[in-house]
Write a new protein. Structure first.
Length: 219
């Protein structure tokens, strides 16, 4: 069986990288899921809301796998997934939503009625939000994937990189693989630089943001 690691909440002020279960197509209450995918995570985010749990301001239990706002590669998919393919890049928001209930049909996906038995609304890796495993990990299961996940297509990536709205980019084929490689190389480089010099790592991150977003360098 494939291995997996994630950021696990230990207690107020303490988290650890620990081995966790490889995701299965099963909901927190044990129901089989055919409408989900398993994503190999390329990038995830630390949300400000995570800080409330980490600092002990919530009832988060020890052992909770943190993290939402996920971007990664689809490596497995359920039988009911129709429009995504293995190898696709997807970006997933913080919340879990069925896309079918009254609230979801009214575009109130943050208070979906079907993903949390305790109250409306579900989310990845957050206390009292349905028990869905968080995305600060190597792999995560994304349920109801075609309700909220956004496919990052080659034309979309081309427009992000070049800021040029081209319907058929000249390097569309292979561009998705290029983005995967860039994301992995960025992570590897930052790990190495951080080990050598945290100050230098900050400079590398600033340069990266400047190249990608043209954000001013604040040195």
């Amino acid at each position: 069986m494939a291995s997996n690691r994630g950021i696990v909440y230990i207690g107020p002020g303490k988290v650890e990288v620990q081995g966790i279960n490889y995701p299965k197509f099963v909901s927190p209450n044990g129901k089989e899921i055919d409408h989900g995918v398993i994503v190999r995570i390329l990038s995830t985010n630390i949300c400000g809301s995570d800080q409330h749990m980490v600092r002990g301001r919530t009832t988060a239990p020890p052992g909770l796998v943190l993290g939402h706002e996920i971007t990664g590669e689809v490596i497995e998919k359920g039988h009911d997934v129709e429009f995504l393919e293995i190898g696709d890049l997807v970006s997933v928001p913080f919340n879990v939503a069925c896309g079918r209930c009254r609230n979801c049909r009214e575009q109130k996906t943050g208070i979906c009625l079907n993903v949390n038995p305790a109250r409306p609304g579900g989310a990845y890796g957050y206390v009292d939000m349905g028990g869905w495993v968080g995305g600060q990990a190597e792999f995560v299961m994304v349920p109801y994937v075609e309700s909220l996940a956004v496919l990052i297509s080659a034309p979309c990536i081309w427009m992000i990189i070049t800021r040029s709205p081209v319907e058929r980019p000249p390097i569309a084929y292979g561009l998705t693989e290029l983005v995967k490689v860039v994301a992995l190389l960025r992570s590897l480089i930052l790990d190495i630089v951080t080990a050598v010099s945290p100050a230098l790592a900050g400079l590398v991150k600033a340069l990266y943001r400047f190249i990608i977003t043209e954000e001013p360098l604040l040195l």
